[in-house]
Ligand binder design. Sequence first.
Ligand code: C5P
Length: 235
Amino acid sequence: MNHMDSVIAIDGPAGSGKSTVAREIAKILGIHYLDSGAFYRTLTLAVFKYYKASGSEQVFADWVAEKQNILPLDQWLIRLDFGHGDENKLFLNSEDVTNQIRTPEITEKIKYIADKQIFRDFVNERIRVLARDNKLVMDGRDIGTEVFPNSRNKFFLTASPEVRAKRRMDELISKKIPADWEEVYSEMVKRDDSDRNRKIAPLLAAKDAILIDTDSLSIKLVIETILSRILESKS
Ligand code: C5P
């Protein structure tokens, strides 16, 4: 399949609204939504389960850095099920880990995985296989820059840290997960910082991406803007 038209890339920082927007666009266009972050989350869970030991975050980080080339990547069967227009379902060696990958314990460890080429190659390979046979709307950090640089439909959503943290709070509350503003806000700023500043595939808008500041735009308007740009690019 030609990725110029078959992949719609929606990148941006956490809380920029990209997953909600991507899911809705997939529904409207009748194609699948792929959450690339869920792959990084599942791989982080796999590595963490394998690690088994306890210790500070730094101990884990050092262990990953040292073992990255000898971890049994090919034994970890990660399967993404597109679901039905809502969240993707993720399976690790046939165990449904869809909820486990969202815990703060995993979220804070992703950066030690996401900043290493070997893990990024592992995820990208799987994403590209799924894109061979499916038209997809994908959200992530590097879809437009690294994974599908040839896509004709690239969007980069932004929003201020305050608005993004508020969205994350609302999301947690709606899922009945206890949420503390200070924690949510500082976790978001820390994650932005590591995503933006990592040496490999940092969070970055592709040169030809359309930038959309979602601070004062409703989700509906963001979706309309993206859909009209997709239509324009076809004509
Ligand atoms: O999208 P989500 O917030 O679930 O992503 C979790 C983490 O996975 C991000 O903070 C980022 O470190 C990593 N990620 C990435 N590249 C992507 C998607 C996610 O590095 N394309």
